[in-house]
Design a protein around this ligand. Sequence first.
Ligand code: DP6
Length: 356
Amino acid sequence: MSVYQATASAPVNIACIKYWGKRDTKLILPTNSSLSVTLDQDHLRSTTTSRADPSFEKDRLWLNGKEEEIKEGGRLATCIKEMKRLRREVEEKSPSEPKLSSFAVHIASRNNFPTAAGLASSASGFAALVSSLAALYKLPATPSELSLISRQGSGSACRSLFGGFVAWEMGSAADGSDSYAVEVAPQSHWPDIHALICVVSDDKKGTSSTSGMQRTVETSPLLQHRIKNVVPERMKAISEAILAKDFDTFARITMQDSNQFHAVCLDTDPPIFYMNDVSRSIIALVTEYNRVSVENGGKLKAAYTYDAGPNAVIYAPKENLKEIVSMIIRYFPQAEPFKDPFGLFANESLGSGRVV
Ligand code: DP6
């Protein structure tokens, strides 16, 4: 008897130009294009195994060992249904292929980081789910084609199908067929850029992205200005900066866009607050660090960005990482030990700090 099973994993991505707002909530079509960096570290990933078997009675899913309900017509059900549809196309073209599309699937997914802490677990989760089903079903689909489906699980998940620097083109078709992710540049184009994740809090966040952005679309006049007059130019400028490896421009736009995203949250009625005092102190620290560099004739050395939670992500060229980590540890002594995957502080005494 054959076993039909496949495993795939996908990393978290962190947006520099934020996706915030849907023009179609069912198909998950955004009100603006967005751009992110996919993190390639092993400790921020979802890994998913999918199995199809004629003895399975219904589709089931376990997340971190706990079974989750697959609600009819919900996002999980939509992704699974769409993947089975693509499998059926394969079976119709090659009648000798086993009829996996008619079997139920069991899916087990695991994140190696706190779920729903504003660390984009839905992005890596749906990307890994779609990738594992694509492997199980031996689909000939490209990452952009698969991104059309992971997008319907969680918008930001379409960008985790690629590594490196990734744009989600908003598209204009009503059926969403041109709203997918494309690679701007692979990670190898600019390997010098690193992301430092400062876990300010790993509590589950207050307002989910889905409900928060819906409220913003309904109530924020500033969002309309952002969509029409701000994001299109930023998308172009940051893509060019990435291609030119121009960190100064990349950093400036990334920080401006994080700030404007949080400004539209504040412009929402009632307002949404994702950052806390520690988040704002980290902004002040990075701002001061950059100011000193620029005043001495240098360039920007780091860029902060915040998603729908208080945790900071700091992008920086590798040569600045040690200085940045030392600075953060000095100002934010924390309970948990600092993880040092690059050996930046090998043989040095660090004190304690909580920076992943
Ligand atoms: C602030 O992709 O989680 O991280 O499509 O409703 O699932 P849904 O939202 P989600 O929103 C992510 C918002 C963000 C910005 C971004 O990643 O671009």
